[in-house]
Ligand binder design. Structure first.
Ligand code: HEM
Length: 453
C-alpha cells in the first residue's frame, strides 16, 4: 500500500510577522498542551522560523529510533554549545557514540547499586538536619540533595553548602541563558553584553573554575579517587587520545546540569503531591517503615519499595521535567506520512504527551496505582520520561534509584505538610518546576540526641 505524503499542516491562528511566538513565549505550557489537539504533527511559525511539533508517540518512536540518523539534537542543544566543549548531551555523530561508550559503564544499572550507600550518606545529613515545624524551601532542599548526590557519585566529593550553592547557581544561570537563546533564536543577541548574557558568562567562569579545581586535585592524587572524573581522566579512544581538561569540565558540567535539577524537581513535585494526598502519604510511610524496619537503607531494600517506585513513575508522568525537547533534520526524511526537508527544526513535549487523555485515562489525577501491572498500560512509547533511542538518558537508573533513596529517607522521618493558603504553579523553565514550594517539616519519629546519622 502506498500512502500520500504530506507536508505537516500549520497550526491555526498564525499572526503575520510573529507567527505563533506570543502564546509560546507567554503561555508555553498551556500552549504545548493545546498544540496536541491540532493532530499528530503540526508546524509553528516563530518569527521567520518554522518549528515542526510532533505530538504522535508513534512518530516520535520512529524519529528517535529507526530514523535517528536523520536528526541532530537541534535548537535547544545548539545553544548549550556556546558554553564550551561538546559534552555528551550535545555531541553529535561519531563523537557522541564514542563519548557514550566511554561514559555508559559508569552509569550502567549494574554500577548504580554501588552508589546507593553514597546516595544515602550524602542525602541523610540534610534530611536529619531539618527541625520539627521548620518551613522548608523544598525545591532548594531537593536541588542541594540531588546535586550533592551527583557530585558525590561522580567525583567523590560533596562540597559544603556554600560552594554547592555556587555551583548550583552557576549551572542554573548558564542553562537559563541557553533556554532564552533557544526561545528567541537570533544569534546576534547571544553575543551582546546584555545583563543576562553577562551573568551567564560570569557563571560559566565560576563553574569552570570550581570544576577545574576538582580536576587538578584528581590529577595530583590519582590513587585517591575512584569516580567518574578519574574515569574520564584516564579513558582513551581507539587512537589512544585522552580527554583534555576542558572536555572533562564540559562533561562534568553537563552531568551536573542534566542530573541535578531533573531529579530535584521530580522529588519536589512528589512531595507536593504527597502533601495534598494524605492517603498516599500514609501508604508510603507504611511501606517504608515495614521494608526498612529500623535499619539503614541499603541496596537490598530498593526492589522492595514498590509503592515508592510507583509514586516516582507517576510523578515522572504528571510532572515530567521536560516540557520541550528538540531535534533538527540533517537530511530529508519521512515520518509516517509526513515529509520533512533537511534543516527542519523539530520539537516535542513529553510533559504534554503524558497529560493526553487519549493516552492516559483521567490524566490530571495523580494515581500511582495506574502503574500496577494488572491495570491497562499506556501504548508503547507514550510514557517516555527519559527519552528513547541512542540519545536516551544515560542517568535513568541512577536517578530512579536516587529518587527512591531520597523519598524513603524523608518518609522514614518526616511528613512534609503544605503551608496553608499557598498556591503552587508549574513554571516551564529549563525543567517544569514548582513556582515555589514551602512546606512544613513535621517529625514522624523524634530522633534522640546523638542518634542522627
Ligand atoms: C528524573 C531525572 C531525569 C530525567 C527526567 C531525565 C531526562 C532525560 C531525557 C528526556 C533525555 C533525552 C533528551 C533528548 O532525547 O533530547 C536525557 C538525556 C541525558 N541525561 Fe537525563 N534525565 C534525568 C536524570 C539524569 C541524571 C541523574 C543524569 C546523570 C547523572 C542524566 C544525564 C543525562 C545525559 C548525559 C543525557 C544525554 C545523553 C545523550 O545524548 O547520549 N540525566 N535525560
Amino acid at each position: 500500500m502506498t500512502a500520500d505524503i504530506h507536508v505537516p499542516p500549520t497550526a491555526p491562528r498564525r499572526v503575520p510577522l510573529i507567527g505563533h511566538a506570543l502564546p509560546l513565549l507567554r503561555n508555553r505550557l498551556e500552549y504545548v498542551q493545546r498544540l496536541r489537539t491540532y493532530g499528530p504533527i503540526v508546524r509553528l511559525a516563530v518569527g521567520p522560523k518554522s518549528i515542526t511539533v510532533i505530538n504522535s508517540h508513534e512518530l516520535l518512536q520512529e524519529m528517535l529510533t529507526r530514523k535517528s540518523q536523520h536528526f541532530n539534537k537541534g535548537l535547544l542543544f545548539d545553544k548549550l554549545k556556546i558554553f564550551g566543549g561538546d559534552p555528551l548531551p550535545v555531541a553529535e555523530g561519531r563523537q557522541h557514540l564514542n563519548r557514550r561508550r566511554l561514559m555508559q559503564p559508569a552509569l550502567h544499572h549494574k554500577q548504580v547499586g554501588g552508589y546507593i550507600a553514597t546516595m544515602r550518606d550524602t542525602a541523610e545529613p540534610s534530611v536529619a538536619a531539618w527541625r520539627d515545624q521548620e518551613t522548608l524551601d523544598v525545591c532548594n532542599e531537593m536541588q542541594l540533595m540531588a546535586q550533592g548526590v551527583v557530585m558525590a557519585a561522580l567525583f567523590s566529593s560533596n562540597p559544603d553548602r556554600g560552594p554547592a550553592q555556587t555551583i548550583l547557581n552557576g549551572v542554573d544561570t548558564v542553562f537559563k541563558a541557553a533556554l532564552r537563546h533557544a526561545m528567541v533564536p537570533i544569534s546576534a543577541l547571544e553575543r551582546l553584553p546584555t545583563p543576562g548574557n553577562r551573568r551567564a558568562w560570569a557563571a560559566n567562569t565560576v563553574l569552570s573554575n570550581a570544576i577545574e579545581a576538582i580536576i587538578a586535585d584528581h590529577r595530583a592524587h590519582p590513587d585517591a579517587y575512584e569516580d567518574l572524573v578519574s574515569l574520564l581522566l584516564t579513558v582513551q579512544d581507539e587512537t589512544g587520545a585522552t580527554l583534555t581538561d576542558q572536555e572533562v569540565i564540559a562533561e562534568v558540567t553537563a552531568l551536573l546540569a542534566a542530573g541535578s535539577e531533573t531529579t530535584a524537581v521530580t522529588l519536589a513535585w512528589l512531595f507536593h503531591e504527597l502533601g495534598r494526598n494524605p492517603d498516599l502519604e500514609r501508604r508510603l510511610h507504611e511501606e517504608v517503615d515495614s521494608v526498612l524496619a529500623g535499619e539503614p537503607l541499603a541496596a537490598a531494600h530498593i526492589p522492595q519499595l514498590a509503592f515508592t517506585r510507583r509514586l516516582i513513575d507517576e510523578t515522572l508522568r504528571l510532572h515530567n521535567p521536560a516540557w520541550i525537547l528538540t531535534r533538527r533534520t540533517i537530511s530529508p526524511v519521512q515520518l509516517g506520512q509526513f515529509s520533512l526537508p533537511a534543516d527542519t527544526d523539530v520539537m516535542w513535549s513529553p510533559y504534554a504527551m503524558h497529560r493526553d487523555p487519549d493516552l492516559f485515562p483521567d490524566p490530571l489525577s495523580f494515581d500511582p496505582d495506574r502503574w500496577l501491572p494488572e491495570r491497562p498500560q499506556p501504548p508503547r512509547g507514550a510514557f517516555m520520561p527519559f527519552g528513547v533511542g541512542k540519545r536516551m538518558c544515560i542517568g535513568d537508573q541512577f536517578s530512579l534509584t536516587e529518587a527512591v533513596v531520597i523519598t524513603a529517607l524523608v518518609a522514614s522521618r518526616w511528613r512534609l505538610r503544605p503551608t496553608p493558603g499557598a498556591t503552587v504553579r508549574p513554571v516551564p523553565a529549563i525543567t517544569v518546576h514548582p513556582s515555589s514550594l514551602d512546606m512544613i517539616a513535621e517529625a514522624r519519629v523524634r530522633v534522640g540526641a546523638g542518634s542522627a546519622a
